[in-house]
Write a protein that binds this ligand. Structure first.
Ligand code: NAP
Length: 280
């Protein structure tokens, strides 16, 4: 079994981002990302700080808009304001959201040309229609890792466990666009393990620590673990039981150090692409 090294893929991507950002700055354009943070949550604050740090390191500006106990209208107003600001090229609305507010609803107010994390349902529609768009960065990270690993996609059997709008569904659409034969599983799937065992490529995006065990994995399969589940000691574990699955899988992403760093790098990459698009 070999580890899929997300940090190495992210480093490569971030070098590309830094070069693109420098070119833009040379033309007087400072690529800028704005992150709207609607809730006061320690995990989210840490994640947003890490995005901002990475952005600034690679020559982007990052504006963090922390909102205090906002309602739906305040979140929408902030997303509209940033969408209209010519100095901002990419807009993210960070989850979790306040009770009763959905990303699909507020994300619809992000200008599609600035929707670098695919939160606007318009972007998901374009993805489904095979049109140019930015997929949610986490789902795009799954594909980036598979491509950079050289995993054969055309005709491969791919199983995605999880059907959320931010990860499972767009990952399935991206795999389909690469001509994989895709099955999407969820909480009502019967005999999950036997469906998963058909997969050459298994993507776990569930949010249940170590749920995918060796019984779910075909020998030699490529396994991408999207899960990030906090542990009591302040660490992170994936949805895949890493130690036991490593004995069966051909390739496997670790958590941390797999999908996470590539997701951050792609948020930056999408932002410089948006800045280029808005300044041609
Ligand atoms: P989510 O919205 O809670 O969706 C979870 C999905 O898993 C749902 O489709 C659910 O099915 C399915 N599921 C739950 N229990 C299941 C079971 N026992 N068997 C089969 N399927 C089951 O979560 P998400 O936002 O997609 O996130 C998934 C994981 O990815 C989480 O750990 C999250 O923290 C992580 N994540 C990581 C990154 C990153 O950058 N690495 C980014 C985003 C998310 P139903 O639809 O039937 O309820």
């Amino acid at each position: 079994m070999s580890d899929i090294d997300g940090r190495a893929v992210a480093k490569h991507l971030r070098e590309e981002v830094a070069a693109a950002a420098e070119k833009l700055r040379g033309r007087g354009v400072v690529p800028a990302l704005a992150v709207v943070v609607p809730t006061d949550d320690e995990g989210t604050a840490w994640y947003v700080r890490s995005i901002a740090k990475a952005a600034r390191k690679e020559g982007l500006e990052c504006r963090v808009e922390q909102l205090q106990d906002p309602g739906r209208d305040e979140i929408v107003a902030k997303l509209q304001e940033l969408s209209a600001d010519p100095a901002v090229h990419g807009v993210i609305c960070q989850t979790p959201l306040p009770e009763g507010v959905t990303l699909a609803e507020v994300g619809g107010h992000i200008d599609p040309y600035k929707d670098i994390d695919g939160a606007n349902p318009h972007s998901l529609g374009r993805l489904a229609a095979g049109l140019r768009t930015w997929a949610p960065a986490t789902s795009a990270a799954v594909l980036e890792l598979l491509r950079r690993e050289g995993a054969p996609l055309e005709g491969a059997r791919a199983v995605v466990v999880g059907r959320s709008t931010v990860v499972g569904k767009p990952a399935a659409l991206l795999l389909l666009a690469e001509s994989a034969t895709v099955t999407v599983c969820h909480s009502r799937t019967e005999d999950l393990a036997s469906v998963c065992r058909e997969a050459d490529i298994l993507v776990a995006a569930v949010g249940r620590p170590r749920m995918i065990g060796p019984d779910h994995v075909k020998p030699g399969a490529t396994v991408i673990d999207v899960g990030t589940n906090p542990t009591e000691d302040g660490g992170l574990v994936g949805d895949v039981d890493y130690e036991r699955v490593a004995a069966v899988a051909g390739r496997l992403t670790p958590v941390p150090g797999g999908v996470g760093p590539v997701t951050t790098a792609l948020l930056l990459k999408h932002t410089v692409e948006a800045a280029e698009l808005q300044n041609t």
